[in-house]
Design a protein around this ligand. Structure first.
Ligand code: PMP
Length: 410
């Protein structure tokens, strides 16, 4: 029998690292939303950053075949050869790069490679600096801090379609800079890095050969304006760039947990990290991902097409809401309207108060800019919509917000 629970033992301490570990506030808001839904509230949710489609059936069947075919054991930590080869070819073809299968490592999603990269190129407590985009995926900052490196935010500007000024990058670089994190298409703004900006970034980095690049390209297939361009394509960049991509967004496979990262020097180091953490990604999911990459792409294309239609729908509707202005995002499935005026007009102190009132008074769940880092000075207030929702939901949700604004304008 277990001894009775007698309250926390004062001698048992949680480390500062554990206590202070950041999180993805999207999951916190999601719990709040689920609580309201359980109480019977009718909520239209634009919170979740994942496709609302099922995984295409040919991929599901490959997973089932793997189960029935006895694919139940550990795999090599770097992944099965078939998936490394498929991922290398696919990542390479779409970027015009020659990526070798041995340089690709398969992980349990793309997310772990954020931590593996930071841990592999910075030393704990050595004042190694990592430059990362703000607003941005919150795991960048939480892992920089948890790994004892110094977070150096670089601000994305609405006036530049949510890119940073390349000269600001130059100003942030010091001899201690070890890593630059780039994310295109971008979460949460939907912005994409244009060729000219990437060229300018590459030119700056060539003057600072000690800096690695983590190219978070998980949304690379969901790029809607012209071809997708990677920083790794520019002269001198391939060898120092970790290209991170995966199955989650392209094939609606978030729960299968499959990501891949490519870099010749770091691949063996990532492999050791995986041996130390997950051992390997799920073998069943790996076989399903082989089918995702090598099988027919019509379902992935159809999902992409539907995201473009929904983007145009939601951006058009949001721009009709009093106090909202929304740029057309070039990729991913996020819209990031500026709600500075809407906050002022409805008497909300900031985007977070507006978010709460939209949730409780209008029954619409969104995320606020503060869930993606500090606000960009001078750029006002923003909220994030994931438009991976049906057109009917998009119409209903935005109409509820418009009605809220019409009723609350002071
Ligand atoms: N990077 C970014 C920018 C993301 O938005 C996400 C998912 N929300 C990930 C990485 C992680 O994706 P995965 O499911 O492959 O771990």
């Amino acid at each position: 029998m277990n001894p009775p629970l007698d309250g926390p033992n004062a001698a048992l301490k949680i480390s500062r690292r554990g206590e202070n570990l950041g999180t993805e506030n999207a999951f916190v808001v999601l719990a709040e939303v689920n609580g309201l839904v359980r109480q019977g509230r009718d909520i239209v949710s634009f919170c979740i950053g994942q496709p609302d489609f099922p995984t295409p059936s040919n991929i599901q069947e490959a997973g089932v075949a793997a189960i029935h075919g006895g694919k139940h054991g550990y795999t090599p930590s770097a992944g099965i050869d078939e998936l490394r080869a498929a991922a290398a070819r696919d990542m390479g073809v779409r970027r015009g790069l020659d990526i070798a299968p041995e340089d690709v490592v398969v992980g349990a999603g793309a997310k772990p490679f954020i931590a593996y990269t930071i841990a592999s190129v910075t030393d704990f407590g050595a004042n190694d600096e990592v430059i990362y985009p703000v607003p941005g995926f919150p795991i960048y900052e939480s892992q920089i801090i948890a790994n004892g490196a110094v977070p150096v935010p670089i601000y994305l500007k609405e006036s530049r379609d949510f890119a940073f000024e390349p000269h600001e990058l130059e100003a942030k670089i010091t001899p201690q800079t070890r890593l630059l994190i780039l994310n295109t298409p971008h979460n949460p703004t939907g912005g994409t890095l244009k060729r000219a900006d990437l060229e300018a970034i590459a030119e700056i980095l060539r003057r600072h050969p000690q800096i690695w690049v983590f190219a978070d390209e998980i949304y690379s297939r969901l790029s809607y304006e012209g071809e997708f361009v990677s920083v790794a394509q520019f002269p001198g960049m391939f060898a120092r760039t970790v290209i991170s991509d995966g199955a989650s967004k392209t094939w609606a496979m978030t729960g299968w947990r499959i990501g891949f990262a490519a870099n010749r020097t770091l691949a063996p180091v990532f492999t050791r990290w995986i041996t130390n953490t997950d051992s390997c990604a799920s073998q069943i999911s790996q076989w399903a991902a082989v089918e995702a990459i090598n099988g027919p792409q019509d379902a992935a294309e159809a999902m992409r097409g539907s995201f473009v239609e929904r983007r145009d729908l939601i951006v058009g509707l949001l721009n009709q809401v009093p106090g909202f202005t929304c740029k057309t995002p070039g990729g991913a499935f996020y819209a990031w309207p500026n709600v500075t005026k809407a906050c002022a007009q409805s008497g909300c102190a900031d985007s977070e108060e507006l978010r709460k009132r939209l949730l409780y008074e209008a029954g619409v769940a969104v995320l606020a800019d503060i869930h993606f880092g500090r606000r960009v000075p001078g750029d006002g207030q923003h909220i994030r919509f994931s438009y991976a929702a049906s057109p009917a939901m998009i119409r209903e949700g935005v109409e509820r917000i418009a009605a809220f604004m019409r009723a609350n304008i002071r």
